[in-house]
Structures are given as structure tokens and as C-alpha cells.
Design a protein around this ligand. Sequence first.
Ligand code: GLU
Length: 482
Amino acid sequence: MVRVRFAPSPTGYLHIGNIRTALFNYLFARKEGGTFILRIEDTDKERCRPEYQEAALEDLSWMEIQWDEGPYEQSKRLDIYQKYISKLIEEGKAYPCYVTEEEIEEIRRIAHLERKPPRFDNRGRFFTKEEIEKRKARGIKPTVRFKIENPQLTMHDLIRGEVSFNLDEMVGDFVIQRSDGIPTFHLAVCVDDGLMEITHVIRGEDHLSNTPKHILLLQAMGFKPPQYGHLSLIHGPGGEPLSKRLESVSVREFRRRGYLPQALANYIALLGWAPGDNCEIFSWDKLQKAFDLKQVNKSASNYDPKKLDWVNSEHIKAMGEQAYLKVACTFLKENNFNIDDTMKLEKALLLFKRDIHTLGELVDVLTFLEAEAEYERKLEEEFKKKTDLYRILTNPSAQRVTASTSSTITLLNSEGEQLYKELVEKVGKDTGMKGKDIFLPWRMSLTRKSHGTELKRIFEILRRKDLQRRFTFVSKLSSGQL
Ligand code: GLU
């Protein structure tokens, strides 16, 4: 029976790397009919914060990565870890180590000078009784170190194949309990993986060098080590380490920018997983059926925001109209974008469904839906600031266009595209202008922007009386009559 776990440390918000680990574990468990466990690794009191823990649960739920067991919190399991530490000492597999922090620093300094890895020379293992007593009398509190007896180790990694280690060269005896009594990450992970009967550990490549320690420790405590699979790290778009920009790739940030959870899961799954058949767009349901750990490869992957945008836009296009309207309206509300006229809003939302990459883009493209008073207030503000909008609309030819439009529109009865066509023709005749000379002042008058969707579409959404009000307002404002 497959049992896997996601074990975040709440020291920051979950980012694309964490969530890929969570996702691959979750998908693997679903595929195998196994159990997905959530474990919070919060023994580092200085760096862990409860708000990050809460955020992690919320982000996982938003992504529909639902855990079957947990969340277990390591900070509540300290007595369990203590039991295992004592037992390891009793059995001679670990020992209280009275080497001081200053001595360790010195070992590091010398190794650095000799350009060697900072390996601990196990000196604390061989201290005499007298030496230990002397150090105790100096008030030195011991750490507990695990003895490395079998430093050569080869394991089969589920993703990377055979990997060999020589711990003797790498680390030496390592700390399993700090001098303040708190177990280290290594100890807590191994006790929990053992007790929780974890069968597969899928985690980032940054943990690969920890794995031989974990295997030895698990064996020493009488547990059967799980199988390990290490995912290659994700790099930034230019190949730079992602750690430089974790804020911008947090799940929260993606949510804030209007990515759909299932699109984000789809994109993240492709960071390492290569589905055989060239298909790249997967609904949440399809992803759960299609994912196969055997197709996860060890080549490094780069986070590509453009591809994520594309995947998200494909998911938006594939959504049913009602479902799309629901998520879009919820998103807009969360972003304090309130439009009272629901009919108008829904019509506009559907018009843009095929154009947008993220829901966040809606906030920008829909500003033309603001209530008239609000719209006018903002337009006037821009005039006061003498922005581009001011410059374009106070140009004499633009003034002629808006004046002509505002008087012509009162003579017409049509709406929508028909009104648009009639106006283009009549204003063209009246002013002798055409093309951009008409369209730019119109676009600026109706949307306060110089770029955007086709004007025709805006005419389909705004009613004639609103259009009339905008053109009249702009015409008066730009000619100094207001
Ligand atoms: N708590 C560790 C981390 O956040 C994960 C440990 C593991 O997966 O074994 O990196």
C-alpha cells in the first residue's frame, strides 16, 4: 500500500517548487490508490511561523490537493523523537558530543582554506571521560551525533537511477539533536517516515545529499527505508536559481494574479513530467488519471511564465460559460472591482473569455464598465495630471472628432455594432477624418486607454446613452467647457 507525504516547513509561503513536490506526491498516491499525508516540519522555532502554516493549508486546499491524513505537526511530537534519540544512545549508535560551536567553526575554516568539504572529524566520539567531565564543568551543553559506521552507500533513486555516496568523505558523524534539546530535521524526518510507514519519498534534489544519512538513520532505528525519488530543481526563465525570486512564484501570488488552480497544477506537472503523447493541456481530472511517476525525468526545468499564461488561457477557454462567469466574478469581487450592472458585466466577461491569459487582466480590460460618475471622475483626474490622455484628447483634430460624435450620436437610434458603423461613416463625413484619427480619440474617450479590444465590441456592451454621455463629457472637458 503506497503511503507518501508532503512535509513543508512553514518558513515562508509555498512556492512553485514546494507545490510541485506536493502535487507529484498527491498524483502518485491517487494513481496508486494510496494515502497522501500532510506533515508540518516546524521544529525550527526561530524560522517557522504559524501564519505560514495556515497559508500552506489554504493554498493546498485552493489547489484541491487534499490530504488523507494529517496535518501532523512535528513540534507536538518532541517526546517521541526524544525516545528514539535515547534509544540510539543506549545502543551505542549515537553519542552526546561535547565539541563546541567554536571548534566546529575552526574545522570549517580550515576546510575552507584547504578547499575541502567541511567534514566533521568525529573527534567528540573519542573524548575520554576526563575530557567530557572537564567540558561539562565549563558548562558546555552537548549535541547528540549519529555514528556513521557504513559510509559507502548505493541506492536506486526512482527518478535518477543508481546513485552512490561516500559519507565518510562528505560529512562524518552528524547531529541529530541540538544542544538546546531540539531534534534536527534529519532525526524528526526519519522517525516520522518510519512511524508513518512512508513507502515513497518524493522530494526536491536539494535533499539528495541528505538521503544517505536518512537511510542509515532509519536502518539504525529498525525501520525499513522508503524508496526515494528526487526531482530536479526548477530554475528561473533565464536558468537562474529560482530562490532569488520566491515571492513572485508563490502560490498566493499566482492566485492574486488570476491563475486558475487547475491550470497552475497542469503547468507545474509539466515541470519534470513528460506525458508521452504530446498532449500538454490536462483538466484536473485528466491529470489525476494521466500522471505517471515513471514519466518524470531528471532534466532540469525552467519556469516559463509565458507558457504558464498559455496553459491558463487554454483552461479559461475550455471552461463552460457559467463556471467561467462564476470564477471571474468572484475574482473581481476579491479585487474590489465592483460593477452593479450584472448583465453588462457578464456580457463583457464572455466577450473577453477568449482573449485573456489571466483573470487579473480582466481588471484592466474592464475599466470601461465603471459607472459613469466614477468613469468621469477618473478621466478628469487624468486631465489634471496632463497625462497622454489629456494630450491626445485636447489635440484640435481629436476635439473636432469628439464634438462631432457627441452631436451625431443624438441623431441616431441604433445600438451596438450598427450604431458603430453609422457613426464611423457620419463622423468621417462630418470631420473629413478617418481611421486612427477617429479611433484613437474614441478609444481614449470610452476606455481612457490607447490600446485594447476592438472598439466595435465596446459598442456592443455600452448602451447608446452611456456612449453619448462619455463623448459629450470628453468633448466639453477637452474644449474647456467644464
Ligand atoms: N521539510 C522539508 C522541506 O521543506 C522536506 C523534507 C522532506 O521532504 O524529506 O524541504
